[in-house]
Design a protein around this ligand. Structure first.
Ligand code: HEM
Length: 418
């Protein structure tokens, strides 16, 4: 059986690969680096401890297995108080749904509810109207003689916050600030955050706590027909201590906001990029709008918004012949696994005609993304309206990317009339 010790040359090569991956340049095209990583095997040691998984089947199996857990509060305690896992923002995240394990996770997920068909149908109308308005802004800008427009700022960054803001009944004046805070907090969930990035997350998280605790107190005095009011009622029925009930609602609404904004913005920008990069794709969707859902799924496979999902071992064992000790962390490199040739034929090709675009963009198993139907609704609506009503757009330059690893982000997406 292999162990986690690696020859120092391999270790140095992996360290160098991740330093390149963390730059804006590496993020512009991380896929050759993933091919390099995959060439070391579907499971390989991470230089900082634990394992990196690039095999699609192994990622899939881990997400569905009870032998692998979320790094929860007790795991974080065992890592020591001075580690990144116990920074104030990380402690805050450790109370949210994706950092819980059963049985607590099961009960919190049940209390959250989900997006059933009726809710999605109702939200569909709002998303259509919002998308229409945002595309009008892009069209007006370009028709009014401006050479180009930043599609990311005008559309991708706006639609998710307006959709979630309307759903949660948050005042629209607060949306820009909430969106900025979600961009700032993301570092605490990144693969290798620096201490200054963690400090930014800590500040953002403290502001988010104070915003949402005020909101919950206020909502308590005017309960209405909105998700926050419903969560308050659900938790009041379960938890006699009001402060604890408020805290539980806070962690739910906090995570919904964090989960829903940047990820969906990235999906919208990446979907638009896929369309603009290759003019024949615009023509294809214009004549075959029935391919729009498959186009979105292929985007989620080809370049998902989240490239790394992590788990920890519940007990000693092995993974593809590598020794694993209880508490060891595995990083599921899903961005790389989506290009695994064992799972997908011709994986480097973007092909909306694939019979099934099997992917792990929304994770798998018990933590499967609760918001997936909403993210799909936004991306499909955007594509439908783009190709249905706008004159053809063209990309004016390659979009710059934030220097990260796990959470992809296009900083701009400059477009012009084709
Ligand atoms: C394209 C957009 C999105 C992507 C790529 C995405 C991705 C993910 C992933 C990978 C996870 C699982 C993390 C893990 O396994 O540890 C997750 C969980 C979750 N997502 Fe999403 N998400 C998106 C949009 C949304 C939206 C719009 C919402 C809510 C409105 C949402 C709410 C959640 C929640 C509540 C969880 C926790 C589920 C659990 O732990 O049981 N997500 N998401």
């Amino acid at each position: 059986m292999g162990s986690l010790t690696t020859p120092s040359s391999d270790r140095r090569a992996t360290v160098s690969l991740f330093s390149r991956l963390r730059t804006a340049q590496g993020q512009a095209d991380p896929f050759p680096l993933y091919t390099e990583l995959r060439s070391r095997g579907g499971v390989s040691p991470a230089p900082w401890g634990g394992l990196l998984v690039t095999s699609f089947d192994t990622c899939d199996r881990i997400l569905r297995s009870g032998d692998w857990l979320e790094p929860d509060k007790s795991w974080r305690d065992r890592q020591g108080h001075s580690t990144r896992w116990n920074a104030p923002s990380a402690r805050e995240i450790s109370n949210t749904m994706p950092a819980l394990n059963p049985p607590e996770h099961t009960s919190v997920r049940r209390a959250a509810g989900g997006f059933d068909r009726t809710t999605i149908q109702r939200m569909g109308e709002t998303v259509r109207e919002l998308t229409d308005g945002l595309l009008d802004t892009v069209a007006d800008r370009l028709r009014d003689g401006e050479d180009e427009a930043d599609f990311a700022a005008l559309v991708s960054e706006e639609l998710p916050v307006a959709t979630i803001g309307a759903w949660l009944s948050l005042p629209s004046a607060d949306w820009p600030q909430l969106r900025e805070l979600t961009h700032e907090q993301v570092y605490t969930q990144e693969l290798l955050p620096s201490s200054s990035q963690l400090a930014r997350s800590d500040v953002a998280m403290a502001e988010l706590r104070s915003y949402f605790m005020d909101l919950i107190r206020d909502r308590r005095s005017h309960l209405g027909d909105d998700p926050v009011s419903r969560w308050i009622q659900t938790w009041d029925a379960r938890e006699p201590d009001r402060d604890k009930a408020d805290e539980a609602v806070y962690f739910l609404v906090l995570f919904v906001l964090l989960a829903a904004l940047e990820t969906t913005s990235t999906l919208l920008s990446t979907t638009a990029l896929m369309l603009l990069e290759e003019p024949t794709r615009w023509d294809l969707l214009h004549t075959r709008p029935d391919l729009i859902p498959a186009f979105v799924e292929e985007t989620l496979r080809y370049d998902p918004p989240i490239h790394v999902i992590s788990r920890v071992a519940a007990r000693d064992g092995s993974l593809n012949g590598m020794e694993v000790r209880a508490d060891d962390m595995v990083h599921l490199m899903v961005g790389a696994a989506h290009r695994d040739p064992v799972a997908h034929s011709d994986p480097e090709q973007f092909d909306p005609h694939r019979p099934t675009s099997h992917h792990l963009a929304f994770s798998g198993g018990i933590h499967y993304c609760l918001g997936a139907p909403l993210a799909r609704l936004e991306a499909q609506t955007l594509l439908r309206q783009l190709v249905g009503r706008l004159p053809r757009l063209a990309l004016t330059r390659r979009p710059p990317r934030a220097p990260r690893v796990a959470f992809r982000r296009l900083l701009r997406l400059d477009v012009a009339l084709a």
